[in-house]
Design a protein around this ligand. Sequence first.
Ligand code: SF4
Ligand code: SF4
Length: 550
Amino acid sequence: MIMKTILNPIKPYGKLLGKQKHKADASYRLMNFVVQTPVKEGLLLLHTMTKEMLLLSQEEQQVFENNPADLPELIDKWYLVPNEHDDRKLSRQLRKVAQMVSKPQKGITGYTIMTTSDCNAHCFYCYELGQSRIPMSEETARQTALFIINHCEHKPVNIEWFGGEPLFNKPVITLICNLLKEAGVKYSSTMITNGYLMDDETLKEAKDLWNLKRVQITIDGTEQTYNRVKAFIYKGVNAYERVMNNIEGLLKAKIPVAIRMNIDMHNAEDLEKVADYLHERFGKSKLLSPYVHTLFEDERIKVAVLQDEKRKVVLAQRKHIHDKLQKWGMYSPNTFESFIKTSNCMADSVNHLVVQPDGHFTKCEHYTDSHHVGHVFQESFDEEMLAYFKAEAPEPQEACATCAKYPMCYFLSACPNVNECYPEMPDDYVHEMQKQTKEIYTRFLKSMKKAKKAKAEKMKETKPKRFGVLSSKIEVVPLASHYVVAFKDPTTLHINKVMKLNALGVDILVGFVDERPAQELASELAKRYETNLENILHEVTSFYDDLKSY
Ligand code: SF4
Ligand code: SF4
């Protein structure tokens, strides 16, 4: 069997699953979680549950295509399962076990802080429209900092600044950071902003005090569309130009920027122009990563988007823009997750809280005016509400039964996006995985090539000089501390000599110089003769003299 492992299964799965027992009377089928990707050397199999990746040689591929059960290793490793096997049940069971064995991390170290629910723009799709617009007060900000200090268990904290528009209430960001700094808490932050207020002065503070590591900015269209959709409160300013300049400032300050482009039925063409513009202006920066987001989750347009034809158009347009960005090296979906998903998001994570401007805690930024789980001024949490956010929902689609993405799909009943899956999702996922499988394999080949080259270089450096050629058939190679004698064609005399030396404790290896590098033989001897070098040198020298007279 020459089946090659490209990626090992992730730890808990490898251990928990063990080898699958073979059933003599069973008919086997491919598990639903196997993605096949043909490559020049054969066929790559990615197991989306265990994350193992195998390469079948071309011969094995043929066997696989005729009758995969003739490759018993695929049964051992759960690529093949009996026809009646319940793949989803196994995936759920393993996740449950992984949840039980994973030790919950102590302390609350992740925060989404809504500095205000007010905003300097008025996007039509904003889910916060119609909700109260209040800024976080200084008192609440102080208490938030105190809460973080008291609950971080001396671990580094990550804060996502969110709003409304988080920069619309900049002083609370500064205040919270100053208080954390004074208390010696290590922290870093990210921000979801429209970018309008990220001027030079703010940028300096963001770098020096806020430890800002990443920013997400939404761009909904080219200049005219953007200025119309965003409807900023400022008059007589070209908001688009200003935001683009601020993006440039962020990139110069080496802060990565993700650009989210919201697509709907009407703006695809416009977004393609935005992508062109971003490429033209920032294409050289490795820190800018634009991506297209469908607004499927937005209730007000969901019904329209879910109509098959329209949805297909939007998805095709999204793919078209992503392909373009990918070609320019500006987009890498990286949806291959090499871990077991034991939780879905901050809503069911015990280490994350969303802090609302009025100090209430919630678990999801889509729940602001209700579903509170606590408050910065209180020590206790509403356990019932925490459980509400953790509750799992039934699988939303019939297609889940055979979908390769199933092990990575998680369904929380509180999640407003739980029905975001659309009929094309399973196939899209497989295509994405095939692309990423190829990327991983290319990286694997490169690293193999590099390792081989490094080994050859090392061999070259340590290659011993020939001590002397005794005949065309015998070669003696001195190494730093000992000698190796290797024969192309060992004779009885040589063997006897070797045996004599062996009896003296000198284990001269007999080998074929051209077939097995002398260096390799020498290394083996080196391991054995470190302690009696004098003796070896003496014996080998007399052996050498003997050979000369032979
Ligand atoms: S991608 Fe869609 S069909 Fe597939 S498992 Fe997730 S929800 Fe189900
Ligand atoms: S919207 Fe859904 S995925 Fe996002 S935080 Fe809320 S519950 Fe989690």
